[in-house]
Design a protein. Sequence first.
Length: 61
Amino acid sequence: MTKAELTCPKCGHKQETNIPESGCLAYYKCDSCQKINAAPEGICCIICAYSDSMCPVSTKG
Ligand SMILES: [Zn+2]
């Protein structure tokens, strides 16, 4: 399974998450500050928003 490194927009903490093979992750919880980070409006998921990777939906076009 592919992994992405998410960066928390609140505290800057970096954590790895598994990228699902299909579908999007709408939100995740920061391991450091416990903030629930949701994808901003107009961005499909937290993988695209907070990591340097793209989700499978985006990469498929
Ligand atoms: Zn955080």
